[in-house]
Design a protein around this ligand. Structure first.
Ligand SMILES: NC(=O)c1ccc[n+]([C@@H]2O[C@H](COP(=O)([O-])OP(=O)(O)OC[C@H]3O[C@@H](n4cnc5c(N)ncnc54)[C@H](OP(=O)(O)O)[C@@H]3O)[C@@H](O)[C@H]2O)c1
Length: 225
């Protein structure tokens, strides 16, 4: 059976990824920064192993990479993310909060990719997915605002594209989940997590070498950078 690794898997989209892959018979390596509190994750049936990981701790990311060095990971999903300082204005730039947003959303996925390259590259499917956002697209930005979050996801998109070009031995795609009802997306969001993740899983299953370095919506349509 194939193996998937998901970061930030204790709630929201990450938990739903773990649930759906687990139900489909995949081996799931689910990471959470507070595994002791990841009750919903531990309650999932199937072959789900929970690992503690704060993705902003790059030493811990490298340690996980060493622990899994001999493993085989078909699909790695860099899902953990934060909204950052949503209310930040140009008159009150919050360098610390913006920096943390970059650390979690833009830098951590690259650290994870570096740490897990060997187990992904030796797997059958060889896929690395970054859960980014349409809000990181320049071409699709018609609303303004959300400076920290938008720029952190735009940076992630640039990072993922470069990583894909540097590593033709894997397939690296940036995927937008839609606007989803999670703690981050809020109650007014258009999609349930089940529908979003079902779509994302279809897109991931269909990824081929021609898709590496590309940016897709959860329904498979391309999104402009
Ligand atoms: N929901 C949407 O509408 C939407 C739209 C576009 C993109 N996205 C992206 O989708 C991904 C998942 O979002 P979501 O809606 O599921 O958000 P969520 O419900 O807020 O869940 C975020 C997850 O990320 C984890 N996380 C945050 N910082 C972390 C860190 N330093 N180390 C480890 N885990 C960390 C959280 O863990 P804790 O429980 O420990 O905080 C939680 O498991 C994010 O990358 C987000 O930017 C979401």
């Amino acid at each position: 059976m194939p193996t998937v690794l998901i970061t930030g898997a204790n709630r929201g989209l990450g938990l739903e990824f773990a649930r759906q892959y687990g139900r489909s018979g995949w081996r799931v390596i689910a990471t959470s920064r507070s595994p002791a509190k990841a009750d919903a994750l531990r309650a999932l049936g199937g072959d789900v192993a929970v690992y503690g990981l704060d993705v902003a701790d790059f030493d811990a990311v490298r340690r996980l990479g060493r622990e899994l060095a001999g493993d085989s990971i078909d699909v790695m999903i860099a899902n953990a993310g934060i909204s950052g300082p949503g209310e930040m204005t140009p008159e009150a730039v919050d360098a610390e909060a913006w920096g943390e947003t970059f650390r979690v959303n833009s830098m951590a996925p690259l650290a994870l990719a570096g740490a897990l390259l060997a187990p992904v590259a030796r797997s059958e499917q060889r896929k690395m997915v970054a859960i980014t956002s349409r809000l990181g697209s320049m071409g699709a930005n018609s609303d303004g605002g959300l400076y920290a979050y938008r720029s952190s996801k735009a940076a992630l998109n640039a990072v993922w594209r470069s990583y894909a070009l540097d590593h033709p031995e894997i397939i690296a795609a940036a995927l937008h989940p839609g606007w989803v009802r999670t703690d981050m997306g809020g109650d007014q969001a258009l999609l349930g997590a089940e529908e979003s993740v079902a779509g994302l899983r279809r897109v991931i299953a269909g990824l081929s070498q021609a898709d590496t370095g590309r940016f897709y919506n959860y329904d498979g349509s391309p999104i402009p950078w």
